[in-house]
Design a protein around this ligand. Structure first.
Ligand SMILES: NC(=O)c1ccc[n+]([C@@H]2O[C@H](COP(=O)([O-])OP(=O)(O)OC[C@H]3O[C@@H](n4cnc5c(N)ncnc54)[C@H](OP(=O)(O)O)[C@@H]3O)[C@@H](O)[C@H]2O)c1
Length: 247
């Protein structure tokens, strides 16, 4: 039995990593997935491959575009995953443009998406939201400052949604992973593959499909069950600063 049969679920940041794995897993459960991201050729390739999927080209930093494109979708659920890290260093040596890109995407982009998708869900009295937080929203680490601040903000938004949506029959979940092997570090270090590979050297990170599994779990519980917070660590990661590397 396909547990998400015919449910229409938006996935932002669906062209890579956790978002792509989630789109695949939701499709396998019978959902009609709406993929959103900026890279059109990747969106086209995925919609060709995934049954019952459609795509919208969207930069979540653009509030007007989020309203225009997302508000009219008749969604049963949304996985708010689009996000990125940029750089890693001290605040005193930080790059303001990188800070703005992280804040605009991870915090404001999340809010733009919520503002567009929530009103129809509230009107219908039904809907599921899954936010991609991070263990960086629970613990900081050296050089993580602004990225960690954005993920702490995601956690505050998760807690706020639970209060704002009380009694509205909308379930809200935050999925907070530790290290996941995706393009995240390549993007963070602007294409420096060697530096990105070092992040996962001699340890076993989570796979994007591990996170997708957790999202499917939350979305397939009975309507009276709201899975609130899922924290997923690689077994080799004890905290944001303690990683066991095996030679
Ligand atoms: N990897 C980890 O270790 C890890 C751990 C905890 C949490 N997370 C979180 O998981 C989420 C997904 O990251 P990932 O690891 O899967 O990274 P990824 O492989 O780099 O994927 C990021 C996705 O976000 C999309 N995106 C970025 N900026 C966007 C924008 N302005 N508008 C729309 N889409 C945008 C990208 O698509 P386009 O470039 O095509 O727009 C891409 O599909 C992020 O929120 C990240 O903070 C990651």
């Amino acid at each position: 039995m396909q547990r998400l049969h015919e449910r229409r679920i938006l996935v932002t940041g669906a062209t890579a990593g956790i978002g792509e794995a989630t789109a695949r897993a939701l499709t396998a459960e019978g959902a009609r997935v709406v993929l959103a991201a900026r890279r059109k050729e990747r969106l086209d390739a995925l919609t060709n491959e995934l049954a019952n999927s459609t795509a919208v080209e969207l930069d979540v930093r653009d509030a007007a575009a989020c309203e225009r494109v997302l508000a009219k979708l008749d969604l049963d659920g949304a996985v708010l995953n689009a996000g990125l890290g940029r750089g890693m260093g001290s605040i005193q040596d930080g790059n303001v443009d990188e800070w703005n890109e992280m804040l605009d995407t991870n915090v404001k982009g999340l809010l733009h998406t919520l503002h567009a998708v929530l009103p129809p869900m509230v009107a219908r009295g039904r809907g599921d939201l899954v936010l991609l937080g991070s263990v960086a929203g629970r613990q900081v680490y050296p050089g993580g400052n602004v990225y960690c601040a954005t993920k702490h903000a995601v956690r505050a938004i998760y807690e706020s949604l639970r209060l704002d949506l009380a009694g509205k029959r909308i379930r809200v979940t935050t999925v907070d992973p530790g290290m996941v092997l995706t393009d995240f570090s390549v993007v963070r270090f602007r294409g420096d593959q060697e530096r990105a590979a070092k992040v996962y050297e001699n340890m076993t990170p989570l796979a994007p499909s591990d996170v997708a599994d957790a999202i499917v779990f939350a979305l397939t519980r009975p309507p009276h069950v709201n899975v609130g917070e899922i924290v997923l660590w690689p077994t080799d990661q004890a905290s944001t600063t303690i990683v066991t590397r095996r030679k």
